[in-house]
Design a binder for this molecule. Structure first.
Ligand SMILES: [Zn+2]
Length: 269
């Protein structure tokens, strides 16, 4: 098994190849390097892009896509400034077909699918009355999941869990079994909550992206406080895929000294 696994990884040429998380010696956050990624990034991104098209079509058919032009402009302007710093955490991200859209839904939700497909829900912007800095914290966090390839990691995990049946199919070039496994894995990757370590890493990379783009990274703390306060009644959808905000504010605040100098530098420009 181990031999087959390593030859699989070699044959896909993927093992640890995404370890691009270079940081300044003095500034910037530290995050984990990706683990075993048996599903090719191109496949993950293609699958995500297909799902994104479906979501957009469904929203558009109900007249719910990008309905509020000033809001769409605001969200896109913030996202673009963050995306500009993405290559620091993923060298391929500059070539992604990034997209930013707003769904006219009251849900408190936002996400960025693998490959840079961002969706922001009107509810998170309006019901939490997000400032630009807080909106940058939300979008930065979601972009970080994509840059760090957390969706791909979850898909790879899901495929490897069915290893007995599917590894051979993967190895011999994704036959029917492999394709089925992949479709299931894609579903898993997009619908299940992220792990705690993925959440922490997305928080840290999110505040660094915000800081470098000139948004106050301290807003991540106020964002999560607003999120916690809003979950008094019905918990926001966002929290169901983003578990545990008890420690996250503390963790974010402990890491602010690493990114505040970047913010001050960016804000001074
Ligand atoms: Zn998250």
């Amino acid at each position: 098994m181990r031999v087959l696994l390593s030859s699989l990884v070699l044959s896909l040429g993927l093992a640890m190849s995404a370890a691009v998380l270079a940081q300044d010696a003095e500034t910037g956050v530290q995050v984990r390097k990706p683990k075993l990624m048996v599903v090719p990034e191109s496949m993950v991104n293609r699958s995500a892009a297909q799902q994104y098209v479906q979501m957009k079509e469904q929203a558009a058919s109900r007249g719910l896509l990008n309905r509020d032009a000033p809001q769409v402009r605001r969200v896109r302007a913030i996202a673009e400034r963050l995306i500009a710093h993405g290559r620091r955490f993923n060298s391929g991200a500059a070539d992604w077909a990034w997209e930013v859209n707003v769904i006219d839904s009251p849900a408190i939700n936002a996400f960025c699918l693998p490959g840079g497909k961002i969706m922001v829900f009107r509810g998170i912007v309006e019901r939490l009355q997000l400032t630009d800095d807080e909106l940058a914290a939300v979008i930065g966090h979601e972009i970080a999941h994509a840059l760090l390839q957390h969706g791909r990691a979850r898909m790879s995990e899901a495929v490897l869990k069915n290893v007995g049946v599917n590894l051979a199919a993967l190895y011999f070039g994704l036959g029917d079994l492999g394709a089925t496994a992949l479709a299931q894995a894609a579903q898993v990757a997009i619908t299940l909550p992220y792990s705690r370590s993925h959440e922490t890493d997305a928080d840290l990379v999110g505040i660094e992206l915000a800081a470098r783009a000139g948004y106050d990274p301290r807003a991540a703390g106020s964002l999560w406080r607003k999120m916690a306060a809003s979950s008094g009644g019905q918990p926001p959808q966002f929290l169901s895929t983003h578990p545990g905000h008890a420690n996250r504010i503390r963790e974010i605040e402990a890491n602010l000294p690493k990114v505040l100098p970047l913010y001050e530098k960016a804000a001074a420009k």
